[in-house]
Design a protein around this ligand. Structure first.
Ligand SMILES: Nc1nc2c(ncn2[C@@H]2O[C@H](COP(=O)(O)OP(=O)(O)OP(=O)(O)O)[C@@H](O)[C@H]2O)c(=O)[nH]1
Ligand SMILES: [Mg+2]
Length: 393
């Protein structure tokens, strides 16, 4: 081998060796980089990557609710349709229910018997007395009927009750029950005065209100004079009735002279061309003799020109029964009573007091109160009254 060949061999060896070194070093660097990513506890600082933060989902803003205001339509005006059927006023008989009921049981017993015997007379007497007809009138009525039963003019219980009703009605007939309004006074420019008297609480002021309403409805203008100066509330009460009825009110000071209030009423009526004054009076004073004296004076003063007292109405509460009779006597004597208003007959079982008033005092019952409202005052009608009391047609 020559030197040339030796040099070539040495070069080849050197090149192969060099390539080998390069390949080995490359392999080493590749394996170290792959092991560093998996090994723990190497000198390399641990790079902890923070876990990805889970941001709360961004919620889309809730849209504000759209409040739709309801469209409020104005309520249509209420049209009150009045019923076509007229309001029915209860009849006299219906409103006298209590008085009728008191007798109904007894009369039913009389009717149910075969004939007319002692029990019949006892029952009738008891029923009439209980209704406050009074012993005098009851005895007179039954004595007359006994005669007719004896003479066989009356034979059955039904005939007996019918005859009793006829006799009772006959006793009440013939009285003048109209309210006295003197037209000639009115046309002479003077004033009719109606006074209302009676003990306290019987219904004087209420009756004045009802009478005023009836007179106004009939086309007659009215002035109410508050002659009860004993209580301040009395004038106010009368004022309420003046408003209800459309009448005018004349009042004085509390504790003032009742006569002068009535007199002022007459003067006012005269000045305004009003033909009628309704005068209220006190039902109670310090004592009874004062009251009676007061009424005498009221009557005297009210009759001074241009006034004229044409009616003095004694108001009696039907529920007081025979007590009302004693009162009536006193007032009649003092105030010259011309007629009676029997109030509260709607709540009384003692309507029979009418007979005692008319027979024993000779006073006509002119008006009857059947309730507390303005329409609850009717003219007294004997047929209706007895029919309702005995429950006969
Ligand atoms: N049920 C019924 N109550 C009546 C009637 N009349 C009057 N009243 C009532 O009786 C009460 C007394 O009535 P008033 O009118 O104040 O009696 P008054 O006689 O003026 O009384 P004084 O002023 O105190 O003397 C009131 O509650 C009335 O509503 C009627 O006919 N029936
Ligand atoms: Mg009164």
């Amino acid at each position: 081998m020559n030197a040339q060949t030796l040099i070539i061999i040495l070069l080849v060896v050197a090149v192969v060796f060099g390539l080998g070194v390069v390949v080995v070093s490359r392999r080493r660097s590749m394996s170290s980089s792959s092991s560093s990513s998996s090994s723990v506890g190497t000198a390399m600082p641990e790079i902890r990557t923070a876990p990805p933060r889970i941001e709360p989902p961004v919620l889309a803003p809730v849209p504000e609710p759209i409040v739709v205001e309801p469209v409020v339509e104005p309520a249509p005006e209420q049209i009150v349709v009045e019923p076509l059927v007229e309001e029915r006023t209860p009849s006299f008989r219906e409103r006298m229910g209590k008085a009728a009921a008191a007798m109904a049981g007894v009369l039913g017993g009389v009717r149910s018997r075969q004939g007319i015997g002692n029990d019949t007379w006892d029952d009738l007497e008891e029923a009439l007395l209980r209704a406050d007809v009074g012993i005098g009138v009851t005895t007179a009525l039954l004595d007359g009927l006994r005669e007719r039963v004896k003479s066989k003019a009356i034979q059955t219980p039904d005939e007996l009750i019918a005859a009793l009703a006829a006799d009772m009605t006959a006793r009440l007939h013939g009285a003048d029950r109209s309210l006295r309004f003197d037209e000639s006074l009115a046309s002479a420019g003077r004033v009719n005065v109606w006074l209302f008297v009676g003990v306290n609480g019987v219904g004087k002021t209420t009756t004045i209100g009802k009478v005023a309403a009836q007179q106004m409805a009939g086309g007659r203008s009215v002035i109410l004079a508050a002659g009860d100066t004993f209580r301040a509330a009395a004038a106010e009460q009368l004022g309420t009735w003046a408003d209800r009825s459309g009448a005018e009110l004349v009042r004085g000071a509390e504790g003032g002279d009742p006569s002068s209030v009535i007199y002022d009423g007459v003067q006012r009526a005269n000045a305004k061309g009003v033909a009628l004054v309704l005068g209220d009076t006190a039902g109670r004073l310090q004592n009874k003799s004062n009251l009676i004296e007061e009424l005498r004076k009221v009557r005297r003063v009210a009759s001074k020109d241009p006034g004229e007292v044409t009616e003095v109405l004694l108001v009696i509460d039907a529920t007081t029964g025979q007590n009302g009779l004693a009162q009536a006597r006193e007032f009649t004597e003092a105030a010259g009573v011309t007629g009676v208003v029997l109030t509260k007959l709607d709540g009384s079982a003692k309507g029979g007091i009418v007979f005692a008033i008319e027979t024993e005092l000779g006073l006509p019952v002119k008006l009857v109160g059947l309730g507390e409202t303005i329409a609850d005052l009717v003219q007294f009608d004997p047929n209706e009254f007895v029919g309702a009391l005995l429950d006969v047609a």
